[in-house]
Ligand binder design. Sequence first.
Ligand SMILES: [Zn+2]
Ligand SMILES: [Zn+2]
Length: 218
Amino acid sequence: MTDMRNRNFLLIFVGCMIIYFSCGTKPEKKGWFYKKNSIQILLLGNVEDKAVWEVKDMIATQFHPDTILLTHAPLPDSCITTIKTKRYRADKLLRYLTTRKDKSATKLIALTEQDISVTKYGEKGKIKSPTYKYADWGIMGLAYRGGGVCIVSCFRLQSEDKKLFYQRLRKVSMHELGHNYGNPHCSDKTCVMTDAVERISTVDGAQEWFCEKCEKKI
Ligand SMILES: [Zn+2]
Ligand SMILES: [Zn+2]
């Protein structure tokens, strides 16, 4: 009788331990304690609702954050350049974005409908040739590897085919956030981390996925 009771007690105890361990929060791969992963989407000026939802859905599916925070901010005049047409300097915008990042956010992705640009440098730190072309070069997005903020512009992704535009927007957003999570450009041309090499066709040629190697960093 005593034996049976002891055995029942042991079974209940073991059962409780199994339930306890299976319900416990899994520690994140990088540390022993679970770290929250929160991604902030910042809309710079007006951005079409559907475009925002497409990016939000992509983030939920590809990056699995605990929360997605949606915020708004104006485009700062201090980032305007008129070297060619009126554009916003992407490198200056990234600095501005760090001031707009919520304390709770792990990463911030900004979306804008305005055209953004950088100066492209070649060897020896000189502006890439031809200078008139690269002094103010329009881009689709910008992020520093391992940084906390990135920016994506809808301007160069537009197409009469709306589905294609949303697909490009999702891919470029994935790509820039992928840089923030530490990924460099990938040699796999089908991976979303492939270098666009200044062509929208490269973006269209890539798939909406991270290859196995790039996926590991997310
Ligand atoms: Zn890139
Ligand atoms: Zn890859």
